[in-house]
Design a protein. Structure first.
Lengths: 241, 782
């Protein structure tokens, strides 16, 4: 018995950022818009990988990242995205290592992109990119990417809760999950002047909403149900079951 | 918040997100309430899981949506508006939506397959299923909801069962399947879904043109697929497909399925017109045409003049009169002989001629409505809101007609429609007016007699209440009408004739003869609600409460959202104690009144919802309160049996509130009195079992008062005596435990007395044994 048929050719995966980029293979304008949105969200993991592999300073890495985006926009990559497969992260990885291997195309792209300044990373001049002696650029990219996903979901949670006037719920979530202090329920209850069961209820609500936001953030970067599952499982990779 | 997460924060956030690891849906539902079972499907919209709702004890399906990403604030608000609209739809052919968030839709679990996977290929079966789907869609349109994404994978079919019930179709994803606009990707939304089933106005993005006819296109496209195995437009390239939907006509159905009947091809073609205005005007019109085709009648999609249609209609009716009359069309037939006869009288004034032709046109519409209403009832196996709606539309038409030109015939038609809707009292008034204005309308006596018989039936006391004063008047009037109508009747015994004879026998006082006739009716047409209701009441009167229960359950099965029928059920509900008692054999230490569950409890929340709806319409309907109380009481018994004592107490308190309302509105309502007593008694016992220190004596003495006042109204009400005996037996036990000898002795004495009272009197009813057994166990020998 089944409620829904298998995905067939012609059934588009519901519109997500990534799938809209992919589906719009023939429409460069909106493909570009979708790419830009995702690229700007995930520039940091990309820069971290570039820093570890090809750059000597953080500043260089940011510049190269910018160059990478221009290279992507100038080439015909976006038009040839295989919309039925994979995630934005996988796509970026494949493209990034092509880019780093391909000095010739880089220069070509720079010429073609010319005055292209649509996509501009707004990085703090004092940006500090994560570095590691022991991890490969790919591992660095994955690790930073994971943090980006987790914190994006937390930001979305914050704006949801604050827009609903549930500032305290968010603050409790922040203290408990994001801050380094070791507050327990009782400590949080004292700090906010509420009962421990109120703390527990707030956290339980915030956790549920956090999961929903996390799923949405990941959903933006995949184009099929299977890819969503794979990408979610990847988040937890390396943890004990 | 800082952009940098500390390693500890990463770990903690992953802890919080842990349930998502098991799958994209986990962590989005209340895991304490729902037990997720298995994945049952996946596709464009997301993954579907079956699950068990521990709270309401029913299976549900979760659809975890994949398109939550990128929801803007407005997008979210619109989603919730749509979800609310979808959740309001209650129709036997629409998969119910219980709850919806942008992440997950909770809905009715349908144990079947999609139409796409069902393997159904027989054109008649397809047409019949799609007619039901079209009726469901029409209902939704009435509620202001457009589906927008009808296709074979959005329709579910449950297979035919061994009990003779045919395959049943459900329209899924109502109002939720339509495109929504995530903020980042507005342009891509128009191609979500499969272009093959998309209407041209959707493909062009002309959202202003999207309306009921968009769904008519979707239904036609689905029919096309079912009959040919192909979507109207198939293309591996989404863009080209969308363009072709706008520009190309689908291949004529008969080129793909040459052996297919020409008329079905026409119906599908009419649905698939590029211009919405050229399609069927409504899903109801499509349903009617499919129904006509199924009955071998001329379809509307066929181009034909009005003259042709009138000729068809008349010749078919005359043919039918000569032949044996088909039960389902009798209501329509009642109208025509009048017209034919009137015409035969000739020498009519010109004005009269003109008036008659207007009446004739109205009679066509009314007979169509009656026929459609009966067809939906017969094919769906019960009453549906659509049945009600079809009749209501025609009623409004008659009233409009009457406002312009008073005519006895129009009153007569109105009476027929009202009777079919279950509004017998209004029907009788309409028939009276018809006769006053235009004596001699054929079949008026039979129609009115039956309406009066219904009024009589619903007021016959079954619990020993005093009969209402007008009861005897109803009996005499009904008898006169039916004797006039049936006296000279020599026609072949059609279903309606048998039905009328059954009621004639009843009014004459021959209950056994009445039962025999009505049983014939039910055997011929199992979905005859009125016959079930009458049989249920008759069996109560002859003391066969077990059979009464069976027919009341039969009637309940047929009701399904038919508002007047709920009122009828509420009437039945007032006969509750006796019916319930009939099945008390099952045996339990609980008061017998609460043991049996004649109503299906699976649908409990819906039932309660229906009652609330009904009460909004009729806030002072004592019966509805009483019935709702009974449902709560049965829910309490169920909770009690499963050991959920807190829930049991809660349900009992609700039930008692309901009976309070009944008794306030209708003091002396004996059913409510006995039922409230039983609830109070069980409340006392349950409180004692939970170790409560308060409320027990009050509940038990309240029960005692209830039973006593019921017995004051009707001293022969043995169920009340029996219940009071059980209560006093229990109170004696409590007193004994409290070492209060005298009090125990007194209660024991009262218990003995009541048990004896219950056991007295002859009767081979199944529960007689229980009365006797109780009397024996209390040490009373005859």
């Amino acid at each position: 018995m089944s409620h829904l048929p298998e995905i067939r050719a012609g059934d588009a995966f519901p519109t997500t950022c990534w799938s809209s980029l992919a589906v719009q293979g023939q429409d460069t304008g909106s493909a570009q818009a979708a790419f830009e949105k995702l690229a700007l969200r995930y520039w940091r993991p990309i820069a971290a990988a570039i820093r570890s592999r090809s750059a000597t300073t953080d500043e260089d890495a940011v510049d190269l990242t910018q160059e990478f985006f221009l290279w992507m926009l100038a080439g015909d990559f976006l038009a040839r995205v295989d919309r039925n497969r994979g995630s934005f992260r996988g796509f970026i990885k494949r493209s990034l290592f092509n880019f780093l291997h391909d000095a010739h195309r880089r220069e070509h792209a720079q010429r073609r992109a010319g005055g292209h300044n649509v996509l501009s990373i707004d990085a703090d001049p004092a940006v500090r990119l994560p570095q590691s002696e022991t991890r490969s650029p790919e591992e660095l990219l994955d690790d930073t990417w994971r943090r980006e996903v987790l914190s994006q979901a937390a930001r979305n949670l914050e704006s949801e809760l604050r827009s609903k006037g549930k500032d305290r719920t968010y603050e409790i979530f922040q203290h408990y999950f994001l801050d380094d202090g070791a507050l327990d329920y009782a400590g949080l209850a004292r700090q906010h002047g509420i009962s421990t069961s109120d703390v527990s209820n707030s956290l339980s609500h915030a956790k549920k909403r956090y999961r929903s936001h996390l799923r949405s953030v990941v959903l933006d970067t995949v184009s099929s149900e299977t890819a969503l599952e794979t990408e979610l499982a990847w988040l937890f990779e390396g943890r004990d079951t | 918040m800082t952009d940098e997460l500390t390693p500890r924060a990463v770990e903690r956030l992953l802890d919080a997100a842990e349930p998502l690891r098991e799958g994209p849906g986990m962590g989005l539902v209340d895991e304490e309430r729902y037990e997720l079972r298995e994945e049952i499907g996946r596709g464009g919209m997301g993954v579907v899981f079956s699950a068990w709702d521990r709270e309401l004890e029913r299976p549900v399906a979760f659809k975890f949506l994949s398109r939550a990403g990128g929801f803007s604030v407005e997008g979210r608000a619109r989603f919730l508006r749509e979800a609310r609209a979808a959740a309001r739809l209650a129709h036997p052919h629409i998969g119910s939506v219980f709850d919806a968030t942008p992440d997950v839709i909770t809905m009715q679990l349908i144990e079947g397959s999609t139409l796409a996977d069902s393997g159904i290929q027989e054109p008649r079966e397809i047409a019949s299923l799609m007619r039901d789907a079209a009726l469901a869609i029409h209902y939704a349109h009435d509620q202001g909801v457009i589906h927008r994404d009808l296709k074979p994978s959005n329709l579910m079919v449950t297979p035919a069962d061994s009990g003779g019930r045919g395959a049943h179709i459900y329209v899924m994803d109502f109002g939720l399947a339509k495109e929504r606009t995530p903020d980042a990707a507005a342009l891509t939304t128009s191609i979500v879904g499969t272009p093959g089933y998309m209407a041209p106005e959707q493909a062009q993005g002309q959202s202003g043109l999207i309306g009921p006819q968009t769904d008519v296109y979707g239904l036609g496209a689905t029919l096309y697929w079912c009959l040919s195995g192909h979507a109207p437009i198939e293309d591996s390239d989404v863009y080209r497909g969308v363009r072709r939907v706008i520009e190309e006509d689908p291949a004529p159905l008969r080129t793909l399925a040459p052996q297919l009947d020409r008329d079905v091809g026409r119906i599908v073609e009419k649905c698939l017109q590029k211009d919405p205005g050229q399609r069927y005007a409504s899903a109801l019109a499509l349903a009617s045409d499919l129904d006509r085709w199924l009955r071998g009648e001329p379809i509307q999609a066929r181009p034909s003049s009005l003259v042709y249609r009138l000729r068809r209609f008349v010749s078919r009716r005359q043919g039918a009169i000569v032949a044996s009359l088909a039960a389902a069309t009798l209501a329509a037939l009642v109208i025509l002989p009048f017209v034919v006869q009137a015409r035969a009288e000739q020498r009519l004034a010109r004005a009269e001629e003109a008036r008659l032709s207007e009446v004739f046109a109205l009679s066509l519409k009314v007979s169509e409505a009656l026929r459609n209403a009966r067809a939906t009832r017969a094919t769906a196996g019960g009453y549906e809101q659509i049945t009600f709606a079809i009749l209501e539309e025609s009623i409004l038409e008659c009233r409009a007609f009457l406002a312009k030109a008073p005519a006895g015939e129009a009153h007569f038609f109105l009476g027929q429609l009202l009777r079919e809707q279950g509004r017998a009292d209004e029907a009788v008034r309409a028939f009276d007016r018809a006769q006053a204005m235009q004596p001699g309308i054929p079949h008026l006596h039979r129609e009115r007699g039956l309406a009066i018989a219904t009024l009589y039936r619903d007021q016959v006391p079954v619990l020993g209440e005093a009969p209402p004063v007008e009861l005897e008047t109803w009996r005499a009037r009904g008898l006169a009408d039916l004797e006039t109508a049936l006296g000279g009747e020599v026609a072949a015994p059609t279903l309606d004739l048998v039905f009328a004879r059954g009621h004639l026998a009843w009014l004459r006082g021959d209950l056994n003869q009445a039962i025999e006739r009505l049983r014939e009716v039910v055997e011929l047409e199992g979905t005859h609600l009125e016959a079930h209701l009458s049989l249920s009441r008759l069996y109560l009167l002859v003391g066969r409460d077990d059979l009464a229960v069976r027919h009341s359950v039969g009637a309940t099965d047929l009701l399904r959202g038919f508002r007047p029928a709920y009122v009828a059920r509420a009437n039945l509900g007032s006969a509750g104690p006796v019916s319930v008692e009939a099945s008390a054999e099952a045996g339990s230490r609980l008061d017998p009144i609460l043991v049996h569950e004649p109503l299906e409890l699976e649908g409990l929340p819906e039932l309660l919802f229906d009652f609330s709806q009904l009460l909004q319409l009729e806030p002072t309907d004592a019966h509805t309160f009483g019935l709702r109380g009974q449902v709560q009481a049965r829910s309490a018994v169920r909770a009690h049996k499963s050991g959920a004592l807190d829930q049991c107490v809660w349900s009992l308190e609700s039930a008692i509130q309901e009976f309070n309302a009944t008794l306030e509105l209708q003091p002396g309502h004996i059913g409510a009195q006995v039922n409230r007593g039983a609830c109070r008694a069980l409340l006392g016992r349950t409180l004692a079992a939970t170790g409560s220190k308060v409320g027990i004596p009050e509940a038990l003495s309240g029960a005692f008062d209830d039973y006593s006042s019921a017995l004051r109204t009707n001293p022969d009400l043995r169920i009340a005596a029996y219940n009071r005996a059980l209560l006093e037996q229990y109170r004696a036990q409590l007193a004994r435990i409290a070492l209060d000898g005298p009090r125990a002795q007194a209660a024991w004495g009262r218990a003995q007395e009541d048990a004896q009272r219950a056991a007295m009197g002859a009767g081979d009813q199944p529960w007689q044994k229980r009365y006797t057994a109780l009397a024996d166990s209390l040490g009373i020998s005859d």
